[in-house]
Design a protein around this ligand. Structure first.
Ligand code: GCU
Ligand code: CA
Length: 821
């Protein structure tokens, strides 16, 4: 990006030509789409490009160190650490730029004396001392975050244990001598995904959401253990976190599964399948499913293991059927469901033996733990556990139906209905308007109980808005929700349970609340800071900091936004297993466009959508072979016209079949169109009759428009004769003068291209007053032009509309302004 230019005379030259462009055809404008032609999602992918990962920067050195920069990617020569007896220890602190994990190696070019090399590791920058961050692996990795090596000569030292998550590495000598290092690095041992390994993607007009989506996917990848890694595991498995625990956990899979299904698709599905299978094989004779295992464990064969409960708790055990059902919905792998269904049945048998006289599931001090292990056992009839039991019954009924066991399905459905009635009768507190924590702990506002009751469908629809409002007003803080009101429970923010709340909000239409939650909880993880790791944190203190060094900063259970953004914001979800039927139903919130695809066994289901001028909405859906589905567009229906592939299918409430759309209906918020076949559907939604709203276009290069900068024409795709390339400074502007027939509001569309690396924020100033902030997201290239729509107040007569940048990056290149009539 160049920074300087002089205001040239070119601006005056083009004015004379401008008149010829005023009648630019409307058809050309109609063909334009409100999303970039080739949005660059690949730029957000975090997986390393090479199997050996090397540091990207030297953070600091101390003591006698020379040429530490040799150890950085692209560095040359060797770094030398020297320690004299009684002298200071030489230390180099290296930064890998983001979390990586694997087997450390050190290439020694020379050595003298009897030096001991000590390497230590941390995820967060503040924990990189001589002992590292203290967050060693419980299994399948190094339990220590610091290792000593007696260096005896030239050659490569290969560490035999995995340091599963580290952004920072400290290298020091702890005894006299010298060591010359030509390289250090990590042999990446997790699942290494470049853009090629992503069968699904997500990219939108929000840079922050894009970063969150890929950080979630990468968190999962760092938690994946390919088969045979270091002789540890036979099966592809997914662990809870990168550095710790490095165990397979059934509750974590409830979030990790969907993250993988929407990002890696069939490249990652087996990691979930085998993890579920491994856990299910350790079912006890009571029916209790083991909720955690070391990845070294072989699949258990033979009779059920004697016993009543094992790792970890009743609530975790209840995730088995939901994990299996999610896997099945993504893959359509019915054979695996059949093989695991007996485990589900026995599990439900165990739960049925643990009901109180009200029909509620109870726990005691032997099995009452949950995601918040630090809060201890919750006992009695705990609402969250009963909500999970309800989900388990619903999913078991679904799986029974899919495997042809109709009577069993009916039994489970009836049990679910009875349980729902019992929960609502006994655990909802009408004075607080939310579910109580349990039949023993009344009055506490509880995030998990309520988020789960909403998401799993325990809460009646009429109670949902009140519950969501109460959670927000009682529990939300700047850095995310605390999980419980009052005292007695930890105030650590949980991205795991907040992920359930996120899905609860988005699935019930609270897009605004859901998007705010994403920004509050996960936005802070992708912004620069001491704990930036490119990965999602296990938990967070109320002030946004990290509780302790051993806290995992790459925890798969915190990756919920990845699947939630795909399912609800992009809007692509399976209806029948394996996406044999699907629905695409975007929740745009404040985004101007989103593009992405979700992997299915039939091929990708691809979606692009964007807001068009005049309250319009455009969407492009490409459905894979052998599938059919529902395309839902946000629109009132009564005052909406819709074309599909140019054919009118909906005119203000009246449906006409065509273009593959076989039926349509409206619920006042969406119009749902059923399509019976695969293929491409270009959907265009317009207000009213759909007759193009007459719009007036004002070119940025044509007076009375003014450009504080210069008029350029070097990046193709602009309309008219050029565009305003404003100076890259806060005082620059692109200004239009627009005539309005009457005072009121006007919808304006500004067309721009931002090929720069960052978002370019600005103010929209109408007649001298700032009416709103606008952010001009990167469009990927200076030749990629997109239109952003904003509604503004206008006076009768002439109005000046000015875009004023608020950062030194200045404005994007501005092509024109369009105003609806
Ligand atoms: C490049 C580009 C210009 C753009 C500028 C910027 O120089 O060619 O069209 O205006 O970057 O960063 O603003
Ligand atoms: Ca510029």
């Amino acid at each position: 990006m160049t920074r300087r230019r002089s205001a040239g005379l070119a601006a005056f030259v083009v004015v004379a030509l401008a008149a010829a462009t005023l009648s630019l055809g409307r058809s050309a404008a109609a063909d334009a789409v409100p999303w970039p032609a080739n949005p660059n999602w690949q730029q957000y992918v975090l997986g390393p490009a090479t199997p050996n990962v090397t540091p990207v920067a030297v953070v600091s050195t101390s003591g006698n160190v020379t040429n530490a920069g040799a150890l950085v990617t692209g560095g040359s020569g060797s770094a030398k650490l020297t320690m004299v007896s009684g002298g200071p220890a030489p230390v180099i602190i290296l930064d890998y730029g983001k979390n990586v994990g694997g087997f450390p190696y050190f290439t020694v070019a020379a050595q003298s004396g009897n030096p001991v090399l000590r390497a230590s590791y941390s995820e967060g920058s503040q924990y990189i001392g001589a002992n590292g961050d203290g967050g060693g692996a419980f299994n399948a990795g190094d339990r220590s975050r610091a290792n000593n090596y007696t260096v005896r000569g030239a050659g490569t030292i290969n560490h035999s244990l995995i340091q599963g998550g580290e952004r920072f590495q400290r290298i020091a000598l702890t005894s006299p001598g010298s060591v010359t290092l030509s390289a250090v690095g990590i042999r990446f041992s997790a699942y290494r995904a470049t853009a090629n390994e992503y069968q699904g993607y997500f990219v939108s007009s929000s840079d922050e959401l894009n970063k969150i989506w890929y950080a979630g996917a990468y968190t999962n990848q760092l938690s994946m253990l390919p088969p045979g890694t270091g002789g540890i595991n036979q099966l592809p498995l997914i662990l809870d976190g990168a550095k710790r625990d490095r165990n397979v956990w059934i509750g974590d899979i409830y979030v990790e599964g969907p993250t993988n299904y929407v990002s890696l698709g069939s490249n990652g599905n087996d990691y979930l399948k085998q993890s579920i299978r491994l856990l299910g094989s350790y079912q006890l004779s009571s029916g209790f499913v083991t909720g955690c295992l070391a990845p070294q464990s072989p699949v258990h064969t033979g009779p059920l293991i004697p016993g009543t409960t094992a790792c970890y708790s009743t609530s975790y055990s209840l995730y088995f059927a939901p994990d299996l059902a999610d896997y099945y919905r993504a893959t359509g792998d019915l054979a695996f469901v059949r093989s695991q269904f007996p485990v589900v049945q026995r599990q439900l048998g165990w739960n049925a033996s643990r009901l109180n006289s009200q029909g509620l599931l109870v726990t005691d001090t032997s099995d009452g733990l949950d995601w918040d292990w630090y809060d201890g056992n919750k006992t009695g009839a705990v609402t969250a556990y009963n909500a999970l039991y309800y989900l388990n019954l619903i999913e078991a009924a679904y799986l029974a139906r899919e495997t042809g066991q109709v009577d069993l399905a009916t039994q489970y459905t009836n049990k679910a209905a009875a349980l729902r009635t019992a929960i609502n009768a006994n655990l909802f507190n009408s004075s607080t308007g939310v579910y109580d924590l349990s039949d023993k702990v009344r009055g506490t506002v509880t995030q998990d109980a309520n988020a789960e009751a909403v998401l799993f469908g325990v809460a009646p629809a009429s109670a949902v808005p009140g519950i969501l409002t109460k959670l927000k007003s009682t529990l939300w803080g700047t850095h995310g929700p605390r999980p419980f009101s009052g005292s007695g429970y930890s105030t650590l923010i949980s991205p795991f349970i907040s992920g359930i709340e996120l899905n609860a909000r988005l699935s019930t239409g609270d897009t605004t609340g859901g998007m705010q939650l994403v920004s509050d909880v996960w936005g802070q993880m992708v912004r620069p800071g001491p704990n930036y790791t490119g990965t999602m944190w296990e938990n967070i203190k109320p002030d946004g900091s990290i509780e302790k060094g051993s806290t995992s900063l790459a925890h798969g259970w915190s990756s919920a936004p990845t699947s939630a953004l795909t399912r609800y914001v992009l809007g692509a979800r399976p209806v029948d297993a394996g996406y044999a039927t699907w629905i695409v139903q975007p929740q745009p919130g404040s985004l101007s466009w989103t593009a992405g695809q979700v992997p299915t066994p039939h091929g990708p289901l691809a979606v692009k959508w964007g807001r068009a001028a005049g309250d319009g909405f455009d969407m492009d859906v490409t459905a894979p072979n052998g599938t059919s589905g529902t395309i839902a567009v946000p629109a009132s229906g009564a005052d909406t016209a819709i074309t599909v592939n140019g054919t009118s299918v909906w005119d203000r409430g009246t449906f006409s079949a065509g273009a593959g759309v076989t039926s349509a209906r409206s619920d006042g918020s969406y119009v749902y169109m059923t399509v019976s076949a695969s293929g491409n559907y270009r959907v265009s939604v317009r207000a009213g009759s759909g007759e193009p709203t007459p719009t007036q276009r004002y070119e940025a290069e044509t007076a009375p428009a003014a450009c504080q900068g210069r008029i350029d024409s070097n990046h193709s795709g602009f309309s008219g004769t050029g565009f305003c390339n404003a100076d890259n400074t806060v005082g620059a502007y692109s200004q239009f003068t627009v005539n309005a027939p009457a005072a009121g509001t006007a919808t304006i569309g500004v067309r721009f291209a931002n090929g720069g690396a960052t978002v370019r924020p600005g103010n929209l100033v109408v007649n001298g007053a700032t009416v709103t902030a606008v952010s001009f997201e990167g469009t990927g290239a200076w030749t990629t032009w997109v239109t952003k729509t904003v509604t503004i107040p206008v006076n009768a007569g002439n109005n000046t509309i000015r875009f004023s940048p608020t950062t030194a990056e200045g404005l994007p290149n501005v092509d024109f302004l369009e105003v609806g009539a």
